[in-house]
Design a protein around this ligand. Structure first.
Ligand SMILES: Cc1ncc(COP(=O)(O)O)c(C=O)c1O
Length: 336
């Protein structure tokens, strides 16, 4: 792959501006002292308020594509507390588009957290138990057909906007980090993020190659496992390369760490919540219980175990998600 040419092609990909960029980067002094390792944080939770976290970086590209195709309805899916679904609803409202969210539930949901915001943002919502006989993706297709039959032009954004197009958001993040390194006078040898649907990791991984940044990109899985994400991220990376007119990446070398999913996706254990509260009190940073809380807990424990012994400066990406704390407020209050 001729990286300078690919970088030029990347500059020409359609994008709309939705995120507040660049997001701040700074050192976590107390955690670094405690661990004897330089731990830095990039506050991608500062990309916005309604359109916040990692999702908005991806939506800048997914929605640009939707607008190019003259779509008037954005359809997406996720869990009942999906940050991505809420960010999509907010972006649609801002741009004068309709939004329709297909949300996975196992029991009747309370109107709280992101689900409350989805409703406030005017999204149409279809609730679905994915353990039934239809998947979220199939339901999105059905919903899209119904809109088409009524004269609309729907555009489907997959779960987490984790596909070739959405991936462009995190390719550019690597360029942003390189610029910040120059200003800060530091080189991050390692970047760590949570892995939920694989898009953030895939973007950082491919961005690292395209910008020849030479970093180790480490993903901490908060659902599924290494084997699953090796396949998922492989597909996303190759889709993105395809959109850039390149062939597949022939020597993928992903680094995923399992073991921090805890009781399961979006289910919290007491020790995770206690850890989130301790970081809040120590560093003034609120992590979320579903993604960044588990991933940072993983990083913290793995540094203690020696997994990161060869790394000097580690950058953790705070990908947002704090609204997910509120549906767990009673459980959190119990550990304080
Ligand atoms: C706050 C937050 N952090 C991290 C992730 C994981 O990112 P990705 O889905 O790109 O793997 C998600 C979504 O899944 C998220 O909402």
């Amino acid at each position: 792959m001729d990286y300078p040419t690919v970088r030029e092609k990347l500059n020409k990909i359609d994008r709309i501006e939705l995120a507040n960029l660049p997001t701040p980067v700074y050192g976590l002094n107390k955690v670094s002292r405690e661990l004897g390792k330089n731990i830095w944080i990039k506050r991608d939770d500062f990309t916005g308020t309604e359109m916040s976290g990692n999702k908005v970086r991806k939506l800048e590209f997914s929605i640009a594509q939707a607008l190019k195709e003259e779509a008037d309805v954005l359809i997406t899916a996720g869990g009942i507390q999906s940050n991505h679904a809420r960010a999509t609803a907010a972006a649609a409202a801002r741009l004068g588009l309709k939004s329709h969210l297909v949300l996975n539930i196992s029991a009747p949901p309370k109107t709280e957290g992101n689900y409350l915001l989805d409703k406030m943002l005017g999204a149409e919502i279809t609730l679905l138990d994915e353990n039934g006989d239809i998947t979220l993706s199939q339901k999105m297709e059905q919903v899209a057909d119904e809109y088409r039959a009524n004269g609309y032009k729907p555009y489907i954004i997959p779960v987490g906007a984790s596909n070739g197009v959405g991936n462009f958001g995190y390719l550019n993040t690597v360029r942003e980090i390189i610029e910040q390194e120059e200003k800060l006078g530091v080189t991050f040898d390692t970047i760590v993020c949570a892995v939920g649907s694989g898009g953030t990791y895939s973007g950082l991984y491919l961005g690292n190659k395209i910008f020849e940044a030479g970093k180790k990109i480490v993903g901490i899985t908060v659902c599924d496992n290494k084997d699953y994400f090796t396949k998922v991220c492989g597909t996303i990376v190759d889709q993105t390369l395809g959109l850039l007119g390149e062939g597949p990446d022939e020597d993928k070398d992903f680094t995923f760490i399992d073991g921090y999913k805890g009781l399961g996706y979006a289910i919290s254990k007491e020790d995770e919540l206690r850890f989130i509260a301790s970081i809040a009190a120590k560093e003034g940073i609120i992590l979320d219980p579903v993604y960044t809380g588990k991933a940072f807990y993983g990083l913290y424990n793995e540094v203690k175990k020696g997994t990161f012994d060869s790394c000097k400066n580690i950058l953790f990406i705070h990908t947002g998600g704090q609204y997910g704390l509120f549906p767990k407020q009673e459980q959190i209050a119990e550990v304080l």
